[in-house]
Design a protein around this ligand. Structure first.
Ligand code: FES
Ligand code: MG
Length: 591
């Protein structure tokens, strides 16, 4: 430790060791006594380490953290810190209505206030379920105190009758089997629930596993942390080491602003591509970058990630689930492939105190069925494509999940590779879709593109995972499992649908989907990166003067505020006004 480090006064001293305001210090100290902590501890000059507790009965994906926090506390104590655990706003992706997307920015706001307003010198961010990672990272950037991510880890692999069943993915796949009449509703439920055999978050490469991997790729968690299944012994061990490490980070004054550089975000995007990670990584990485003061244009997803191959053989893009991924070496083994090929910024500073390249040393996988070598991938050019045109300025397509069958039908027509035209059938929200999808009068056939609008930030509100619409039952029975889909909402990271997603601006913000009509022809050109409705300009203008599609009323105060303050998905769905607050901890709040 340098002399400077030893003499640096921790921000918690402003609460507990303020000679000018002894009256305030007394007030700050006294109530902590009532659960047995002593004034000597709080006044000892040891770092006060927050544990941002995201687990609760309402956050089952993160509930393991209630247990893990005990080991985290041990680590903090053994390294000479004092743990203070507190709850953050719960987020449960699958259960929160109208959508958990409302909660990312809410947790963010709440955590900023906690970290800024209390005597906390460093924080352990406990992550798991989808938005619990980006929200907490965003808050840590705003406050800019030393912060480390502790993932809760995925559930054990799900099995049903000898078949691996992955979170979410089994629902989308079984939904098609149900529609085709291959299984009944009881079997549907049995398959779905078999995918959740233990504590932990989604065990497929859905948004949760993706975002925890992203945290590790950014350099925010200990090497190998993200993929350890929740019930494994290594999970408790990494919780302990994370607790130890955050105390050292406070002493070193190693902050999010030191770690979250442009290069770190490029590493994260590249990692998402080789993992076959969730399309939700796009708004979340955009948002974390924006809060870190890093300007990433949305086109970066294609420029920096599309050309990379799919290396990780995990559902929904591949076959396996989290346990095998962990045993194969997890995120470091996948990132090792990038580093070895010169596709990673190895000199990025990480929370370990070493560079990313140093962290990845010797991490090459030995399970080549699970983590493929860079030169023998599951799929070439498997990242994200970014599209624009007269319907929207930004939309994203996750190519790693596009099936061979779909490619053959839509993207490989001789002389027209990567190009297709389809007749739009437009739905106003997912209720409209569910009511009408099996209506034969819509004339849905193989040359149809299903479009949903009213599913974005303002329209839903929040932005919903509804774009992965399946074809009508009759078409599925006839052998068409996928139609192209397009929408201003998102889709689950566990979905295997070929969808153009996160379309911005959304219909409710006056985007092009608002004037689209059923029967219009949409032309998608993946080579040119365009998606256009073949509608004349004067006809578009005429339609724009007509009544806009309906959007539901606000149901709660936060919905109103959220709609007012939150930007479009293409820019990360951030609250723009919040971006100007960075490093708030450098100026402690008034007494
Ligand atoms: Fe919480 Fe997937 S629903 S992790
Ligand atoms: Mg999800």
């Amino acid at each position: 430790m340098s002399e400077k480090d030893q003499t640096r006064r921790l921000r918690s001293r402003d609460w507990f060791d303020n000679v000018e305001r002894m009256d305030m210090t007394a007030l700050y100290l006294e109530r902590f006594m009532n659960y047995g902590i002593t004034p000597e501890e709080l006044r000892s000059g040891k770092p006060i380490i927050g544990i941002a507790q995201s687990g609760s009965d309402l956050s089952p994906c993160n509930r393991i953290h209630l247990e893990l926090a005990k080991r985290t506390r041990d680590g903090i104590r053994d390294a000479g810190g004092i743990p203070i655990e507190f709850p953050v706003h719960p987020i449960f992706e699958n259960c929160r209505r109208p959508t958990a997307a409302l909660d990312r920015n809410l947790l963010y706001l709440g955590l900023v206030e906690l970290l800024n307003g209390y005597p906390i010198d460093g924080v352990v961010l406990t992550t798991g379920c989808d938005k619990t990672t980006p929200s907490q990272v965003m808050a840590a950037s705003t406050v800019d105190i030393p912060a480390i991510v502790l993932s809760g880890g995925p559930m054990l692999d799900g099995w049903h009758e000898g078949e691996l069943v992955g979170s979410g993915t089994v629902i989308w796949r079984s939904r098609r089997k149900l529609a085709a009449g291959e299984i009944d509703e009881d079997e549907f439920l049995r398959r779905a629930t078999s995918s959740a055999p233990s504590a932990g978050h989604c065990n497929s490469m859905g948004t949760a596993s993706t975002m925890n991997a992203v945290a590790e790729a950014l350099g925010l968690s200990l090497t190998g942390c993200a993929a350890i299944p929740a019930p494994y012994r290594e999970r408790g061990q990494v919780a302990y080491r994370t607790g130890q490490r955050i105390v050292e980070m406070v002493r070193e004054d190693l902050k999010p602003s030191d770690i979250l550089t442009r290069e770190a975000f490029l590493n994260a995007i590249a990692t998402v591509s080789i993992l076959g990670g969730s399309s939700n990584a796009q708004p979340h990485i955009q948002a974390m970058a924006a809060h870190a003061g890093v300007n990433l244009p949305p086109s970066i997803w294609q420029e920096h990630g599309y050309d990379l191959p799919l290396l990780v053989n995990m559902q929904p893009a591949g076959e396996y689930l989290g346990e095998r991924f962990h045993r194969a070496g997890g995120v470091p083994a996948a990132m090792w492939e990038l580093l070895n090929k010169g596709e990673l910024h190895g000199d990025c500073v990480t929370c370990t105190g070493s560079t990313m390249a140093e962290n990845l040393e010797g991490r090459e996988s030995r399970d080549r069925e699970m983590i493929r070598p860079f030169d023998d991938p599951l799929q070439e050019k498997a990242g994200f494509l970014v599209l624009s045109g007269n319907l929207f300025d930004f939309g994203i397509l996750k190519t790693s999940v596009i099936s061979d069958e779909f490619r053959a039908r839509y993207l490989s027509r001789p002389g027209k590779e990567g190009v297709f035209e389809a007749r739009a059938v437009v739905f106003d929200g997912s209720d409209d879709y569910h009511h009408r999808i099996n209506d034969p009068s819509l004339g849905i056939d193989e040359d149809t593109i299903l479009v949903v609008r009213g599913a974005g930030v303002i329209g839903w509100p929040g932005s919903a995972e509804v774009v992965n619409m399946q074809p009508p039952d009759a078409l599925i029975r006839a052998g068409t499992a996928w139609l192209p889909t397009l929408g201003d909402g998102r889709q689950s990271g566990t979905s295997d649908s070929p969808s153009i997603l996160n379309v911005s601006p959304e219909s409710a913000a006056g985007g092009g989907l608002s004037w689209l009509r059923t029967g219009d022809i949409i032309r998608v050109d993946l080579n040119a990166g365009t998606c256009n409705a073949l509608v004349e300009a004067d006809e578009i203008a005429r339609r724009q003067s007509e009544e806009a599609p309906p959007i539901p009323e606000n149901n709660t105060p936060w919905e109103e505020l959220f709609r007012e303050k939150t930007g479009q998905l293409g820019q990360g769905g951030v609250m723009d006004f919040a971006l100007k607050y960075r490093g708030t901890a450098r100026k402690p709040p008034r007494h």
